[in-house]
Ligand binder design. Structure first.
Ligand code: NAD
Ligand code: MG
Length: 335
């Protein structure tokens, strides 16, 4: 054991030596147009407080579920910026709500990391979805567009089956779609509203997980988008916040159940992020205008800023992370 340790340490050191030697000659290669990893890493530091748009924002409202293409400013999902490095080469992923917001950022990043991707969305979001499909195809990856309403159990089963058939299997399931409608009082939430929120945010992941499980092998990953609302619920998001707490619990419980099978389950808890959900009934106009302004970074997050978290939780080098919830809240919120 001791010897093994010594050998591997020596190997590491000699490897490091080679790395340093390469770095020392890097300018020569650089001059000929090649890029070393040391050079690629040498991007200028960016100030996170001024990297993306800040409030005040223009008042804007769209009919639910809203389109990213009609938002001002347009959200950044990494279309021009996300760079992959083969972290998900050959993986097959299904992402709900993959047309816009965090789901789109994950879809673009997954494709650039080498994965084939199926996205689900509502038929009204076809225009947003087609932009994502084009971006996935541009990476030379398989792209499946499977529109449909997740409030229907039979559709959830069909969605998984179509994704498995089209992709030739399934390694990553991202339960990301959600309904959020702001209401000042519990008295304003009808039973139909309540039911739609529960069906979309709690039942759909339950149905999708049951349908997907027979196809998931050891090494597969399930990711759920929960929220800071799971930990610090807003008064006016009563029903939605309850579902996000449920999503958090889904992660914690399912990770315990599926750990022995080698399937990891993790969550992402965003803070205020600039997505169609917020401009299609998710926030009041008052809240939208100063959206994200009360976080320590002084602005809302952009979907692209969470892309690497979805990649990390799906990648096999994160093999000891399960039952975790990763936050991205600009310094506010939990976890
Ligand atoms: P988004 O509007 O871009 O994505 C939500 C998606 O849910 C839609 O694109 C739509 O395709 C899908 N959807 C909703 N109802 C559906 C249904 N019945 N059937 C099929 N698809 C349906 O907004 P987003 O903010 O990127 O939302 C993604 C996730 O992020 C959600 O789980 C949301 O709760 C979570 N979240 C968002 C914020 C935020 O500030 N934007 C903060 C915390 C958590
Ligand atoms: Mg959408």
């Amino acid at each position: 054991m001791k010897n093994e340790h010594k050998i591997s340490r020596r190997k590491v050191l000699s490897g490091l030596g080679a790395g340093l030697a390469a770095a020392a000659v890097a300018p020569v290669f650089g001059a000929e147009g090649a890029t070393t990893s040391a050079e690629a890493a040498a991007e200028p530091l960016q100030d996170p407080t001024s990297k993306f748009p800040k409030p005040p924002f223009k008042a804007q409202s769209q009919p639910w579920p809203g389109l990213a293409s009609k938002m001002e400013p347009r959200p950044d999902h990494g279309e021009t910026s996300y760079k992959g490095s083969g972290r998900l080469a050959g993986r097959k992923a299904l992402i709900t709500g993959g047309d816009s917001g965090m789901g789109r950022a994950a879809a673009i990043a997954y494709a650039r990391e080498g994965a084939d991707v199926a996205i689900n969305y509502l038929p009204a979001e076809e225009a947003d979805a087609q932009e994502v499909i084009a971006l996935i195809k541009k990476e030379g990856r398989k792209a499946l567009a499977i529109p449909g309403d997740l409030r229907d159990e039979a559709f959830c089963q069909r969605l998984v089956n179509e994704a498995v058939r089209g992709l030739g299997g399934l390694d990553i399931l991202v339960n990301n779609a959600a309904r959020q409608q702001t209401k000042p009082s519990i008295l304003d939430i009808s039973s139909a509203d309540f039911d739609a929120t529960m069906k979309t945010n709690i039942y759909a992941p339950f149905w999708l997980t049951k349908a997907a499980l027979p196809h998931l092998k050891p090494g597969a990953a399930i990711i759920s988008t929960t929220s800071e609302q799971a930990y610090d619920p807003s008064a006016e998001l009563h029903d939605y916040a309850m579902t996000k707490a449920a999503n958090m619990s889904y992660v914690k419980s399912l990770a315990k159940q599926l750990g022995p099978k080698g399937i990891r389950v993790n969550g992402v808890a965003p803070g205020p992020i600039w997505t169609p959900l917020q401009v299609s009934g998710g926030a009041t106009q008052e809240k939208l205008k100063k959206f994200g302004g009360d976080t320590p970074l002084g602005r809302p997050g952009q979907p692209v800023e969470l892309a690497s978290i979805y990649v990390q939780l799906a990648a096999s080098d994160a093999s000891y992370a399960t039952g975790q919830v990763y936050g991205a809240g600009g310094g506010g919120g939990q976890p």
